[in-house]
Ligand binder design. Structure first.
Ligand code: GLY
Ligand code: MN
Ligand code: MN
Length: 434
């Protein structure tokens, strides 16, 4: 796998920032799960993108054109006692050797040092509004500078939001990034296939979640990119069902929406399988509409098409399919205008995918759905949901929820489905489950 070139990212960002500026970004904080137990630490994606550094209590500072070094890191000091109890810390020397920082200082010294680094710079770039306490802190450092020296011309006059530009950089993936998403998708594929083989009536949804977790970890991906959705029967009609605690019944479907992450890059895959290994007639009819919608939507993924084209195509195929089954009445056009399909398909057909499962980057530019470009990675995930409580639909359709989701790279000429290793044709799924 190619190494990620963090230095190249910093350089590109600093070229855009221009001289006389400074960017300041904090690491993620530890979060309490209960009393003195924390959740697993997950680095802030933007901070990781620019540093590859995986500790809390850190701040990265970028100062384009600074003679004594452009990349400055504030991080925790080495501490033998603390490291014996809680794990290793990189410290300042290794931050320079391993991360390529030009300078590294103890985080406890930041109040003394950072105002000096701002001095004489015209613009401060930071992520406005993400962390209000940190926004306040930046203002205090800036004010401290002018108070101490009583020379207001030495303190930066402009505060500029960094998010938009940084997120546009993150939207277009390099080969090294695609390799990581593809790796995560392949590991998730193994887990989904193991789940399909293990699935049978009488087991519990959480047994299936255990299959996922086990196969993620066994194949090099310890963490899920988001809480797994393992939804049997009518639970599939709760879009983000994560209780995963019900028994799985003969004759129902199981919707699994789950993906692991690799080096913080996410995968995000959904499959809908028959718990007893055979789709019923009604399940099969709805499943085939959903699959046809997904395949047609994926065909829309190519440079020059608009983001919206993917969703519009999926909606069109789903509406026509539901009209054919007499679940929707009227014409395709009527249903589009009245949006009556939203009773059965209420979410969008996908999202960007990367360091965050719902990754960053605008979906619209200048008020228009943006054009797809090579290097973008997105999900294509149409669904059809007919809740048990939906009395407007014939009984035979109720309690069926289906979603089929893949991770798709926009290539120069079209698309590459990164998660293609998980079967999605009915016959292939049934064969695997025998
Ligand atoms: N796993 C959440 C989603 O598919 O967007
Ligand atoms: Mn998903
Ligand atoms: Mn998704």
């Amino acid at each position: 796998m190619q190494a990620i070139n963090f230095a190249a990212r910093r350089k590109r960002l600093m070229q855009w920032m221009g001289e006389n500026s400074i960017a300041i970004l904090p690491a993620a904080s530890e979060k309490v799960r209960s009393r003195d137990v924390n959740y697993h630490f997950r680095q802030d994606s933007d901070f990781w993108y620019l540093t590859g550094f995986n500790e809390p209590e850190a701040v990265v500072v970028l100062i384009p054109g600074r003679k004594h070094g452009e990349f400055i890191l504030f991080n925790r000091e080495k501490d033998e006692l603390h490291e014996t109890w809680h794990g290793k810390r990189l410290g300042q020397d290794a931050a320079m050797d391993e991360l390529g920082a030009d300078d590294a200082f103890p985080i406890t010294d930041i109040d003394d040092i950072l105002p000096g680094l701002m001095e004489g710079r015209e613009r401060i770039y930071f992520e406005l509004g993400v962390n209000p306490d940190f926004d306040q802190q930046i203002l205090e450092w800036r004010n401290q500078l002018s108070n101490a020296q009583n020379k207001s011309n030495t303190r930066p006059g402009e505060m500029i939001d960094l998010k938009h530009h940084l997120h546009e950089m993150r939207l277009i993936k390099t080969q090294a990034e695609v390799q990581r998403i593809r790796f995560a998708a392949n590991v998730s594929a193994k887990a989904h296939k193991a789940l399909m083989k293990a699935c049978k009536p009488g087991k519990n949804e959480q047994d299936m979640e255990a299959e996922l977790q086990y196969h993620y970890a066994l194949n090099g991906c310890r963490f899920a990119a988001y809480p797994s959705i393992v939804a049997a029967g009518d639970n599939a009609n709760i879009l983000h069902y994560i209780e995963n605690s019900d028994e799985m019944h003969d004759g129902d479907l199981l919707l699994t929406d789950a993906g692991c992450e690799f080096e913080n890059y996410a995968s995000d895959i959904s499959r809908t399988i028959p718990i007893n290994g055979r789709y019923s007639k009604e399940q099969a009819q709805l499943y085939d509409i959903c699959l046809a919608a997904q395949l047609a939507a994926i065909e829309m993924v190519k440079p020059g098409n608009h983001w919206n084209d993917i969703h519009d195509k999926a909606v069109e195929v789903i509406i026509q399919g539901l009209i054919d089954l007499k679940i929707l009445k009227g014409s395709l056009k009527d249903n589009l205008t009245k949006e009556s399909y939203k009773e059965f398909y209420m979410h969008k057909t996908g999202h960007w995918l990367g360091l965050d499962v719902h990754d960053v980057g605008d979906y619209q530019l200048h008020g228009q759905s943006r054009l797809l470009e090579a290097g973008m990675v997105l999900t294509v995930e149409p669904g059809i949901y007919i809740a048990k409580k939906n009395k407007r639909v014939a009984k035979k359709w109720r309690g069926i929820g289906i979603r089929i989701e893949d991770d798709v790279l926009v290539t120069k000429n079209g698309f590459d489905v990164l998660s293609k290793a998980v079967p999605k044709e009915r016959a292939l799924i049934e064969a695997l489950m025998q």
